[in-house]
Structures are given as C-alpha cells and as structure tokens.
Design a binder for this molecule. Structure first.
Ligand code: NAP
Length: 274
C-alpha cells in the first residue's frame, strides 16, 4: 500500500486526509494518506522517510513550505520562482519539490468563470500563499496587481513591473466599486473580522477568499448578501490536492474524479467540524 501524508504544524484541522482518502476509496487506489505534525527539526527525518520509501509523497503546509526547499534535490522552475513547495515526491533516488497551490487557484478561477486577463486585481496579504496567488495571476495575464499588506516592507519585497505594494490601511483609496479582491490573509478564519472595511464592498465586485474554514468568511458573507460574485478557497484546495495526486501517480487521477461529489463530501466534513 502506498503511503502519503501532509506535514505541518499545526496540522490537526487539515482536510487533506479526507480529500485524498475519499479519492483513493472512490477509485479503488491502494493507498493511505495521513496527517503528521512535524517540527522544523524533524524535516530531515521526513526527507529520509521519503528517500527510503516509507512515504511515497508528502504535501507540505504551514510553516514549512519554504523551509523544505533546502532538503530537496530538484525544484520545479515555477515553484522556484514562487519560493514555496507544497508537494514532494521521489524521482529516481532524488527528492523533487513542486507547487500546486498556484495551479489550484488558476483552475478555481476557470471553473467559476472568473476572468482576470488584462484586469487590475487587489490582493490582500503578502505571505506564503500570496506568493502562489501572485504567480497564478501573472500566468493568467493580469494587467496590474495592487498588493495590500499590514507590513508594507513585506509587500515591497514582492514588487515588480506588475505588482504595486501598498499598506493595508490604504485600502480605502485602492478599492473600486468593481474591483476583483482576493484575500490571502488568515483574517476571517478564527473570527468574524474582515481584512478590509466592509463599507468598501459593492455588488459589482468579485470577492475571493483563499480561506475555506469557515466556508463563508465575513468578507464573503456580506459580499454575497449585497450581490457581489464570491468564491471561497475550497475549489483551490481541491485542485491543489488533485494536482498533487496526478504528480505522485503519474497519471490524470484528477480527470477520473467526480468533482461535485468530492466537493459536497468535503463541505459536509467542514460543517461537522464547526
Ligand atoms: P502567512 O504566510 O502567515 O501570511 C499571512 C499574511 O496575512 C501576511 O501577509 C500577514 O501580514 C497577513 N496577516 C496575518 N494576520 C493579519 C492581521 N491580523 N491583520 C492584517 N494582516 C494580517 O500565511 P499563509 O500561509 O499565506 O496562509 C494564509 C491563508 O491562506 C490561511 O488562512 C490558509 O489557510 C490559507 N490557504 C488556503 C489554501 C487553499 O488551498 N485554499 C492554500 C494555502 C493557504 P504581515 O506581513 O503584516 O504579517
């Protein structure tokens, strides 16, 4: 039986085992996916376990997406540009790192009919996930990204010819009535808080949150109420997981999955977690 895991800390609430084990069961794949709490000092043991075949692949989550890079023999060029790895597998006797978060986000936009080509987009947050989102947006041909972050210097490190950094406090001036706004901060996960003033929301905006626990953050709840187009982080999460499977199994597992059934299954799991 093949063995997979998601490694991180904290890891208790990870939905990845539910996603992967559901697919293995549905497609009669002889594999098991676990979650493993891993401290920074234990990363080399995990890499050893991958090399010896104890694990056939791992997903990497907070706070190790950048930390793992030093242990890898090869990194996918796109993951290298992003500077974060969320999936590792063995290629021959080498460990190979990749990033499926960015592609998951692109597929989520496509599935939900959200077109960003040639447009200006507002991104809230300049952390690890933001880097994947910025890459996805650039790959999708956006014209301009207004990157708003609490710590301006962190946003400034991501500045380039498309990305324009600003302080989150400056959102009043940046947000327009028809903006596409993407929240990549964790604000809204643990509380009913919103990363921007709710008074800035408008029915002509598109509001995207990478958070999927809860499925409806305060940002999305109010956005939906006033008639804005909204999208939570669940589709991105599912697609990053399915793309990880495609890499591990070397075939298009994702094409064989009934996406609506999988999504409903995960939504029900999330409702039970409440
Ligand atoms: P991170 O690297 O810690 O970055 C967090 C960002 O949010 C930073 O820019 C930080 O600003 C900002 N922030 C945090 N707390 C804030 C506050 N109270 N007020 C203002 N700004 C604040 O985190 P991450 O790994 O990017 O994760 C962010 C979120 O993405 C999490 O909720 C995670 O669950 C979600 N996520 C979803 C998926 C998916 O598949 N849907 C995938 C990955 C992650 P500073 O720079 O000022 O600290």
């Amino acid at each position: 039986m093949k063995q997979f895991a998601v490694i991180g800390n904290p890891i208790e609430h990870s939905l990845s085992p539910d996603l992967h084990n559901y697919v293995y069961k549905m497609l009669s794949i002889n594999a098991l996916y676990k979650k493993k709490k891993v401290f920074h000092s234990e990363l080399s043991n995990i890499m050893e376990a991958l090399k010896t075949g104890e694990f056939n692949g791992v997903n990497v989550t907070i706070p190790h997406k950048e930390n793992v890079i030093e242990y890898l023999d090869e990194i996918n060029p796109r993951a290298k540009i992003i500077g974060a790895v969320n999936v590792i597998h063995k290629k021959g006797d080498k460990l190979f790192g990749n990033n499926t978060d960015w592609f998951g986000f692109v597929l989520a936009l496509r599935k939900n009919g959200i077109e960003v080509f040639g447009k200006e987009v507002v991104v809230l947050g300049a952390g690890g996930t933001s880097k994947s989102i910025l890459f996805a947006l650039k790959q999708s041909g956006v014209k301009k990204i207004l990157l708003l972050n609490r710590t301006l210097q962190k946003a400034e490190r991501l500045q380039d010819e498309i990305v324009f950094p600003h302080s989150l406090e400056g959102s009043l001036q940046m947000i327009k009535n028809d903006s596409i706004i993407i929240n990549t901060t964790p604000i809204g996960m643990q509380s009913k808080q919103c990363p921007i003033d709710l008074g800035l929301l408008n029915k002509n905006q598109t509001l995207i949150d990478v958070i999927y626990t809860p499925l409806q953050t305060a940002l999305l709840k109010l956005g939906k109420k006033i008639g804005a187009k909204t999208l939570n982080g669940l589709d991105m999460f599912i697609y990053q997981g399915l793309t990880s499977m495609d890499l591990w199994f070397g075939e298009d597992i994702s094409m064989q999955v009934n996406f609506p059934h999988l999504k409903t299954y995960l939504e029900n799991k999330l409702c039970l977690q409440k």
